[in-house]
Design a binder for this molecule. Structure first.
Ligand code: FES
Length: 141
């Protein structure tokens, strides 16, 4: 399978791997297509995501897309993070082989799940803000 240099870089040297103690939002999602899982931790100050870490039991493409996704939302506002799509993450990685597109959805789902958890903890209904968490049916292939 042909992976771009950026995918290989993020796979062999993933950024922001780990957990955040006392995270403000934690999202855990599973990939409907392969059963792999991903956990994302957010630290939020005001409306800025000040720190983000992830752990995945996913394949190399899931590791690379999550690594890139965390880089793309760190230091950004919640609103900006909510705009993140798996397509944007894939573009930032110079693409993924078609059979691996579904892996990139894990990262987008995990960000949204963590923000849903954040709003729930604040006593705010997350759905009008975060919306539904996309599943593989919504993969932007
Ligand atoms: Fe499961 Fe890639 S095969 S996340």
């Amino acid at each position: 399978m042909n992976y771009s240099e950026k995918v290989m870089d993020h796979f062999t040297n993933p950024r922001n791997v780990g957990e955040i103690e006392n995270a403000d939002g934690i999202g855990e999602v599973g990939n409907a297509k392969c059963g792999d899982i991903m956990k994302m931790y957010l630290k939020i100050d005001g409306d800025v995501i000040t720190d983000v870490k992830f752990k995945t039991f996913g394949c190399g493409a899931a590791v690379a897309t999550s690594s890139m996704a965390t880089e793309m939302i760190k230091g950004k506002t919640i609103n900006e993070a909510l705009q993140l799509t798996n397509k944007a993450v894939m573009e930032a990685l110079d693409g993924l082989p078609p059979v691996k597109v579904h892996c990139s959805v894990l990262a987008e789902q995990a960000v949204k799940a963590a923000l849903t958890d954040y709003y729930k903890k604040q006593g705010v209904d997350p759905e009008p803000i975060v919306g539904m968490i996309p599943d593989c049916e919504d993969c932007h292939e």
